[in-house]
Design a protein around this ligand. Structure first.
Ligand code: ZN
Length: 255
């Protein structure tokens, strides 16, 4: 029997190979079944490596040209170092965003409910991947990523962005305090009240931050999928009470 290939969602907006992986098409088992791409979630390392190998083969990229970061829910964005070959590289360091302009290289961030964002500069031929949970969103990490690219000559109004699957407002109940904080920072539209419950629309806060950073509306795509709603396709930290896998949200610098 031929094992199914890793599956991932894409945005029609991005002109380069990229994807937001689902949980289908890997070799992990149990709560990590099957395409777990996170090393720090209690899964067997060989399986997580095999999942990465399958993904690299499916996308047609070198495993050693993947750049990731040790995610810490901050607002730091790093430029990827050199790389290549058949082995996974260590992370680039503690950060929640990573970008590269090296041809054929790819960058990725792990998520299980947090918002993954992919940025592409089609002019300067650069790509970035950003992890934006509520802390990173509050710290406007996607704006830090745009600033990092602009500081190196990119134009914000030329950037393309895809905001990937995350926990959506249907499932993201937050505290009154957090709701008030996000209302003050991003506007009342990011909060929805149902009875005593406060629900947060994190991907709307992220897309607004991208607009504030200079991106134009037609160049920002927001995927509607909710990671917490769909247990068949997605890992969800909240739904699975922390015992779950990680998706890899990746973009390849290949034009
Ligand atoms: Zn939901």
């Amino acid at each position: 029997m031929i094992a199914p290939a890793p599956s991932f969602l894409c945005s029609a907006l991005l002109p380069v190979p990229h994807g937001f992986t689902t949980r289908e098409g890997g070799v992990s088992e149990g709560v990590h079944a099957s395409l777990n791409l996170g090393f720090a979630v209690g899964d067997a390392r060989e399986r997580v490596e095999e999942n990465h190998r399958r993904l690299a083969a499916r996308v047609g990229v070198e495993l050693g040209a993947l750049h990731t970061v040790k995610q810490v829910h901050g607002d730091r964005v790093l430029e990827a170092e050199e790389g290549g070959g058949d082995s996974l590289r260590p992370t680039e360091g503690e950060a929640d965003g990573v970008w590269t302009e090296r041809p054929g290289h790819w960058v990725g961030v792990g998520t299980a409910d947090c918002v993954p964002v992919l940025l592409v500069d089609p002019d300067r031929r650069r790509v970035a991947a950003i992890h934006s949970g509520w802390k990173g969103t509050d710290a406007r990490i996607v704006a830090r990523a745009v600033e990092a690219l602009v500081a190196r000559g990119s134009r914000a109004d030329r950037l393309l962005a895809a905001v990937g699957p995350c926990i959506q407002r249907c499932c993201y109940v937050v505290s009154e305090d957090l709701g008030e904080r996000f209302t003050a920072r991003f506007g009342p539209e990011v909060i929805h009240r149902e009875g005593a419950e406060v629900r947060l629309n994190l991907s709307l806060a992220v897309s607004r931050t991208l607009r504030d950073a200079g991106l134009v509306a037609e160049r920002v795509d927001v995927l509607p999928e909710c990671t917490a709603c769909d247990a068949h396709r997605f890992f969800s930290h909240r739904r699975d009470a922390g015992r779950t896998g990680r998706h890899l949200n990746f973009v390849v610098n290949r034009f």
